[in-house]
Design a protein around this ligand. Structure first.
Ligand code: ADP
Ligand code: MG
Length: 442
């Protein structure tokens, strides 16, 4: 669709269709004010910094995509906000080179000071701190693993920031596995492998590599990394790696590399406990110069109900954006308003979700649960799944029967009652149900 004369209203209309979320549209696209349209550049005014932060993270790609669709080529969008003028480039928080001792990126906001310590992460925190205080002497490599959005990158950057700002003269390389791989691929096609190897092997004293699980299935890059790793390791130079998996659970990664990863200290970060979540958002609010009282912090944590700190932070950014747009205090009402779209983004669970989760747990196929097979290793998971549909989704008996491949509702009632009895009397079953319920609710 090439329509050079499209108006802003046309663009908005298209976005509204695509977004299909009235609340989000009102909150995040209505306030945009295009200041100038040029053939390759659009200038957009936004209410303020918080708005922009959130917008960039969540909606900027829709805007850019839609503009590109109208113009027939990609368009650069520049943002400005009312008081502060033009927005500095998005990477100002990241300084590419400091004192000539840093290669790669470190996010200055990610320090030990801004990291909230709780039971879920205290071991990882302590290990990271020890490594930052005396790199190369204690735990090498330090391998930090854990789920998405739990603070791995934060700790990795905290180590880098601390070393860079210390009085040592250590040179730090802080990169993601993707960057490393891209460098390697570029070096291969330009016949500069030797330069690539020399660079990584000899230019630094500390090697920080984020998201090492991206090495999965990349034998060439693994090979390069293996040799660099060894050089650092043998020279007692600090290596810190993060991963979303425990080393041995990395698939398609060479055994010799996994063994290397296990040579030092492995620490995990678990999902934060409730109190830690409350403390994290209070701290984050303070860092943005907002005061969030304890009661409201609890309220937000309860509303969002996420283990992922990044998601929690997203909710907070949204609340703060609303607060600064409205100019008032943060209240319960404001939180409700700010989060109403955010929370409803959660998709409603369906019977198929239950079936899939149960099938995965018992290592059988979803189709088998829906089948007529009566062998115990299928029938029992089927009964569990039916029970969960009833208890968690509150589906009707006939509905459940229908979703389970056309079973009679009396069969469903029988199954649900049977599991109900077991839950009452058998602690193992109770625990199984609790775990599955947790998995389902995410
Ligand atoms: P990961 O790399 O594990 O996916 P990140 O380190 O990017 O997660 O963390 C996601 C967000 O959550 C970041 O903004 C980070 O600052 C924040 N965060 C995670 N854990 C904590 C914590 N314990 N204290 C403060 N902020 C945290
Ligand atoms: Mg990360």
């Amino acid at each position: 669709m090439k329509q050079k004369k499209a108006t802003w209203d046309d663009v908005l209309l298209r976005i509204q269709e695509e977004l299909n979320d009235k609340h989000a549209f009102e909150a995040w696209f209505k306030p945009l004010e295009p200041v100038s349209f040029k053939s390759d550049k659009v200038r957009m005014r936004v209410p303020d910094e918080y708005f922009l932060k959130w917008f960039k993270r969540n909606y900027a790609d829709i805007l850019e995509r839609t503009l590109a669709e109208f113009y027939g080529h990609s368009i650069k969008v520049e943002y400005e906000w009312k008081d502060t003028g033009v927005v500095p480039s998005p990477n100002t928080a990241k300084v590419p080179v400091r004192n000539g001792r840093l290669f790669g990126l470190l996010d200055l906001r990610f320090t030990f000071d801004t990291f909230v310590v709780g039971k879920s992460n205290e071991f990882a925190y302590a290990a990271a701190n020890a490594v930052a205080e005396s790199p190369g002497t204690r735990y090498n490599p330090l391998f930090i693993y854990g789920g998405v959005g739990l603070g791995k990158t934060h700790l990795l950057n905290a180590i880098g920031n601390k070393i860079i700002s210390s009085r040592t003269n250590l040179r730090v390389c802080s990169i993601t596995t993707d960057q490393f791989m891209n460098d390697f691929v570029r070096a291969s096609v330009t016949n500069k492998i030797l330069e690539f190897q020399n660079f990584y092997r000899n230019s630094f004293d500390v090697l920080l590599v984020d998201d090492i699980h991206y090495l999965e299935g990349k034998p060439g890059t693994q090979d390069q990394f293996f040799h660099i790793f060894n050089i650092f390791f043998n020279a007692r130079k600090q290596i810190v790696l993060t991963s979303d998996k425990y080393p041995q659970n990395l698939s398609e990664v060479e055994e010799r590399l996994k063994n290397r990863f296990e040579q030092g200290l492995i620490v995990d970060i678990k999902p934060p406990e409730y109190e830690t979540k409350v403390a994290i958002i209070r701290k984050k609010a303070l860092l943005e110069n907002f005061y969030l009282n304890e009661e409201l912090a609890h309220y937000i944590v309860q509303q969002v109900n996420a283990d992922n700190v990044r998601k929690l932070e997203g909710a907070l950014v949204r609340v703060l954006a609303y607060a600064s747009m409205k100019g008032g205090d943060i209240t319960k009402e404001l939180v409700d308003e700010a989060l109403s779209g955010f929370i409803s983004q959660r998709r409603k669970l369906t019977e198929d979700d239950v079936i899939n989760t149960v099938a995965r747990h018992f290592n059988i196929r979803a189709n088998e649960i829906k089948s007529k097979k009566r062998t115990k290793h299928i029938a029992f998971p089927r009964q569990i799944a039916m029970y969960l549909c009833r208890e968690v989704l509150h589906s009707s008996f006939p509905d459940i029967g229908h979703r389970f491949g056309g079973k009679d509702h009396s069969t469903v009632i029988h199954s649900v009652n049977k599991i109900k009895e077991l839950v009452k009397n058998d602690p193992d079953i109770r625990e199984l149900i609790e775990n599955l319920t947790k998995k389902l609710k995410g």
